[in-house]
Design a protein around this ligand. Structure first.
Ligand code: KG4
Ligand code: ZN
Length: 329
């Protein structure tokens, strides 16, 4: 049975064809970076309009690469929450239209569940039960996962998501948009101990995150330095800032593992592409005797293959109604 997965929650227009195994046959992602670059961030209305023009070509390409025709699809899965409402509406409308026209079931799936499921897709091994850390541009949270479809949030950010904090720091350093990958690149040539940046909500056992103090600390540090910043100073600031974000993520992952007793940690979302984070999580997991399952880099950032969590919803009989809604939450 072939599923079509659709993702349009933020600024990536994506489609994927996967089987009910699930095996991913194609995964197409059209980035909108060039649309948002000049604004220095994602503009919701621009994102929605870009989804509108990109979505049909992206679906066509996903079908073509999978080597199937549209009438061979047996189900449609769409990530209908959370996200930017205007963006979500495009994916959800197209998914509903296809489901009605092809007379196949519709599955509205949670984007966060998808980020966790990307870890199972990546490893090909059973993942659940586990602790999951989803760390992206919109989210930084811990989930206590009994299964792919039963997850309880046990920690969240009180202000910015980690990716958002990295993007804003990159903007302060004049690195352009999207900032996370650029900050990661220059941090490689910097000294992570050059500046001592604060880690928010750092009391023992606290599973919530806060990155606003860190962001303010960077701003004040930059203001005190002679302008314009030279390349080495920028690299040192980037490395020290990234170090503070990574330390917070790794330390709290350890606390969350202890609290839940899970022996498996799944990590997904765009920030999980980061090499420093991946390496430090590996060290922590090895010392703690925990199995670490990281999503493959191409399945960390937003994509539609992760909508394959719909296969489990299908098995459990969670079909979505024809009046399926989109939700920002
Ligand atoms: O999962 P994602 O594509 O979108 C959301 O659901 O938010 O994550 C995007 C985030 C952005 O904040 C981006 O800066 C960050 O992932 N990111 C990175 C790296 N690549 C992407 N952060 C740090 N290092 C990277 N290499
Ligand atoms: Zn995401």
């Amino acid at each position: 049975m072939y599923f079509l997965g659709i993702e349009s929650s933020c600024d990536e227009t994506a489609a994927s064809v996967f089987t009910d195994e699930p095996k991913v046959l194609s995964s197409i992602v059209a980035s909108q970076d060039r649309h948002h670059e000049r604004f220095g961030g994602v503009v919701p209305e621009v994102a929605a309009r870009a989804h509108l023009t990109q979505i049909i070509p992206v679906i066509r390409e996903a079908l073509k690469q999978a080597g199937i025709e549209v009438n061979q699809l047996g189900a449609i899965a769409v990530q209908n929450r959370p996200g930017l409402i205007g963006s979500l509406l495009i994916g959800v409308s197209v998914a509903k239209m296809l489901s009605v026209a092809l007379k196949v079931p519709l599955f509205g799936v949670n984007h966060i569940e998808g980020h966790v499921f990307a870890c199972q897709l990546s490893s090909g091994k059973p993942l659940f039960p586990c602790l999951a850390l989803v760390v992206s541009g919109g989210h930084t949270l811990f989930l206590d996962c009994a299964s792919s479809t039963k997850q309880v949030r046990i920690g969240d950010t009180r202000d910015d998501a980690a990716g958002e904090a990295l993007d804003k720091a990159a903007a302060m350093l004049g690195l352009g948009f999207p900032g996370g990958p650029a900050l990661d690149r220059i941090a490689a040539g910097g000294n992570p101990k050059a500046y001592d940046f604060p880690q928010g909500m750092n009391e023992q056992g606290n599973l919530d995150f806060s990155f606003s103090g860190l962001k303010t600390a960077l701003l004040y540090t930059i203001r005190k330095l002679p302008a314009p910043l030279d390349e080495q100073t920028k690299a040192d600031l980037a490395a020290s800032y990234l170090d503070a974000v990574v330390k917070s993520l790794v330390r709290k992952s350890h606390w969350a593992l202890k609290k839940t007793g899970h022996k498996r940690l799944a990590v997904g979302g765009g920030v999980a592409v980061n090499r420093t984070l991946r390496t430090r999580l590996e060290e922590m997991a090895r010392k703690a005797g925990v199995e670490l399952i990281l999503a493959k880099p191409e399945w960390c950032t937003d994509n539609a293959a992760m909508a394959a969590v719909a296969v489990d919803h299908f098995r459990e009989g969670h079909f979505s109604p024809a009046d399926l809604d989109a939700s920002p939450q």
